[in-house]
Design a protein around this ligand. Structure first.
Ligand code: GSH
Length: 222
């Protein structure tokens, strides 16, 4: 049977380890105007996570510099570091941050059915919603993209989301989850891409609901 000194030494070294973890802040490689990085800032702020920010100036192409490509071979923000873990991709980072820092597991639920429901929207944010973010860069930054086609695709998606939100406050589970965080930025920014949100009343009401969340921070300049 271990003696009291052994037990105490075990407890104090475990405490020291925890304390050290807490002392090292997670780090977000960020760019203010990036909607994908904003998703992470938004969730971190809502959850009250203390973190450090490293600016990666996309306008100066810092995301393609050799030292940054070592962090993320895709040459994109966001990247998130927490202890020894390094993650790329906003949706993967949302899952990690919500899974680790939301102890109630409300934002990224534990059960398989709820994870499936939420993940549908993570996939939508990474795929169909790209039409709206591409329309934005086509219009704002003059990228050589087929703007009318992108706008049509985004409008078709907003029709679907608007119908889905009929009678619902949140995308799934009757409460805010990372599904809402993932879909929010490029939906709220759609008008930058010349896509009016006027025809989608449920979508507009949902945007206002997200803006009312405790800990909400706006996109820069909004
Ligand atoms: N699938 C990635 C996409 C990330 C992404 O497209 N990031 C943009 C900023 S919003 C970027 O870094 N673009 C710079 C480039 O492609 O050179 C995610 O969800 O994080």
């Amino acid at each position: 049977m271990p003696n009291l000194n052994d037990i105490w030494s075990h407890i104090s070294s475990a405490f020291a380890g925890n304390h050290q973890d807490k002392a090292k802040k997670p780090k977000l490689y960020d760019f203010d105007l990036s909607g994908n990085a904003y998703k992470i800032r938004l969730l971190l702020n809502i959850l009250g996570v203390d973190y450090a920010k490293q600016n990666v100036n996309l306008l100066k192409k810092e995301q393609k510099a050799a030292h940054y490509l070592k962090l993320n071979a895709f040459g994109e923000v966001p990247v998130f570091e927490d202890g020894d873990l390094r993650l790329r991709d906003s949706l993967a980072i949302l899952i990690y941050v919500a899974g680790k820092y939301d102890l109630a597991r409300s934002w990224w639920p534990v059960d398989a059915a709820s994870q499936g429901l939420v993940s549908q929207w993570l996939a939508t944010a990474g795929h169909e919603l790209k039409s709206a973010s591409d329309a934005r860069i086509a219009k704002v930054a003059n990228y050589d993209l087929d703007l009318p086609k992108l706008q049509d695709r985004a409008k078709a998606l907003f029709n679907i989301i608007d119908a889905h939100l009929h009678g619902r406050d949140w995308l799934e589970l009757g409460r805010p989850t990372i599904a809402d965080i993932a879909v929010f930025p490029y939906t709220a920014l759609a008008e930058d891409g010349g896509i009016s949100l006027e025809p989608y009343p449920n979508l507009r009401a949902w945007i206002e609901r997200v803006k009312g969340l405790p800990g909400f921070i706006p996109l820069p300049g909004r």
